[in-house]
Design a protein around this ligand. Structure first.
Ligand code: BYC
Length: 472
């Protein structure tokens, strides 16, 4: 069961060949996926050899194989973590009962909605990033972009496998719809807000992979607890790949921060922009933007959807087994809520507060990343600190979307927010400046002016390795 069959049309460890109907259905979906990839995937590099990692096993040691591959030939496959014998529901109303191998009828719609929402984000991010290849700051970064893109494509396969296998005709229809919606399209937008925002340049890409992919980590971890066992096993393996995406984001921003510090020290007046770098206050504005867009992805602060999904045993908390109590009846969460236009602290029934509980775990993880960036700044001998803005600042989903707040979390009126917002969020002029820096650097080992080289290469290879063969 756990061995991966790689010589089939669709590599898999789910014995696809043993279910001819399913195999046929997925083999019919495959050309639609490839046609979407050609139309909406990375622009301009489809015929190039890229040094990519491909999942070939679900074993922790040696699950990946690295080699040159042309992206349309990437072996997108279906991999589930091995089944744990005797696994039981870890939380919710059915805690202690055996997990489900089939979709429970009464929760079918809720489960399909979760799978479709998760699935929709994967192609959306590829669409958002499709133009970045032509301005990559190095071959190393170009390769990392494509690695992230092909793996988001595989994550789409993971959700489509669940839709085809467990949801019959409507699952197949949803799988087609996943290829029809388009990021940012006013007629057929992607489902969640942040996945309709543009990723117009590499600073956005690094912030996106730091903050938005990290939402992916927390949502996948919550679904990895699911009592619907195929979903749990699928998400567990997806998390293995997700770690590299957040690495790309965190180290990407860290390299921009390091370069800013180096340039501050080089010029007598410390003017980073005059030397083709991105100054720390501008980095702070993009941090503010992408962090808050990602906070929205956790949904409303008080949510009956979250309560229902937990009660049903479909979506748990981050690392559910760290908690002592798993039913959450009669317990409360103390949190900030908005009442008569004012922020007050209240006890909210725990099941209804679960989006906020997950968001707060996520915020702690983001803070750890920001602390590492601040260590870089300190090590460079520069006096500056990056900070995460308040969860009340610049929100578009949930209760804080109805008010305006400063990055420190003080509620202010809209006129004051509008007057000050470009001190806190990127302005059109910032955006023009950042875009003016974006030029492809294609000589192996060389970097654009605004970013420091990585500490090490991919898979133990040197920084000057030819990660993408542009001449090929
Ligand atoms: N934008 O009860 P509420 C990733 C809707 S990222 C637009 O407050 P709920 C990745 C909501 O659908 C992880 N609409 O929230 C990263 C509902 O609509 P309906 C993706 C939104 O339902 C980088 C209404 O508002 N995975 O993997 O508890 C690259 C009230 O909802 C938004 C998942 O999200 C929004 N931001 O929570 C690639 C996991 N937020 O039903 C990939 C699956 C809420 O009234 N999804 N709404 O029409 C979920 O668990 C939940 O759907 C959410 C929302 C956490 C998103």
């Amino acid at each position: 069961m756990t061995a991966v069959i790689t010589d089939e049309k669709i590599p898999n460890n789910v014995n696809l060949a043993g279910d001819r109907r399913l195999q046929r259905a997925l083999e019919e979906w495959q050309p639609h996926f490839l046609s979407w990839w050609q139309d909406m995937g990375p622009v301009g590099f489809q015929a190039k050899d890229v040094y990519l990692r491909t999942a070939v096993s679900v074993e922790a040691d040696g699950w990946a194989h690295f080699d040159y591959v042309k992206m349309p030939d990437y072996r997108w496959g279906i991999f589930l973590e091995p089944k744990q014998a005797g696994r039981v529901h870890g939380f919710g109303d059915n805690q202690g009962q055996p997990v489900w191998d089939e979709v429970p009828g009464e929760f079918r719609n809720m489960l399909r909605r979760l799978v479709v929402t998760q699935g929709d984000t994967e192609p959306a991010s590829v669409e958002q990033q499709r133009h970045l290849g032509s301005t990559a700051p190095s071959l190393y970064d170009l390769r990392n972009l494509f690695q992230v893109n092909v793996e988001e494509g595989r994550h789409l396969w993971a959700m489509v496998y669940l839709l085809h296998t467990y949801f019959g005709r409507d699952g197949r229809e949803e799988a087609e719809e996943l290829l029809k919606r388009r990021s940012g399209d006013s007629d057929k937008p992607r489902i969640l807000g942040a996945f309709n925002e543009p990723t117009p340049h590499w600073l956005s890409f690094f912030m996106f992979t730091m903050f938005t992919d990290r939402d992916g980590k927390y949502q996948l971890a919550a679904l990895a607890e699911s009592g619907f066992d195929p979903l749990a096993r699928t998400c567990r393996f997806m998390l293995t790949e997700e770690a590299h995406h957040m690495f790309v984001g965190e180290t990407g921003v860290q390299r921009v921060v390091k370069r800013a510090c180096e340039l501050m020290k080089q010029a007598p007046n410390g003017d980073v922009r005059a030397q083709g770098g991105i100054d720390l206050p501008t980095i702070q504005k993009y941090l503010n933007l992408h962090f808050t867009l990602s906070l929205d992805l956790f949904g409303g602060e008080v949510s009956s959807n979250a309560a229902d999904a937990f009660a049903a045993g479909l979506k748990g908390r981050y690392k559910e087994d760290r908690y002592d109590e798993h039913k959450l009846i009669g317990t409360h969460y103390t949190m900030d809520v908005l009442e008569d236009g004012k922020a007050v602290t209240k006890d909210i029934a725990m099941r209804n507060a679960l989006n906020e509980v997950l968001r707060n775990e996520y915020i702690k993880d983001c803070q750890r990343g920001v602390d590492r960036w601040n260590k870089t700044i300190k090590d460079e001998g520069v006096d500056f600190e990056l900070t995460l803005p308040s969860h009340k600042f610049h929100r578009q989903i949930g209760m804080w979307s109805t008010v305006c707040a400063t990055p420190a979390g003080e509620l202010i009126d809209r006129a004051e927010f509008e007057a000050k917002k470009h001190a806190w969020l990127p302005s059109a002029a910032d955006e023009t400046y950042i875009k003016s820096l974006m030029h492809a650097v294609t000589e192996p080992g060389k970097m654009a002016s605004w970013v420091a080289p990585p500490a090490k290469g991919i898979n133990g290879l040197p920084g000057e390795f030819q990660y993408v063969r542009l001449g090929a």
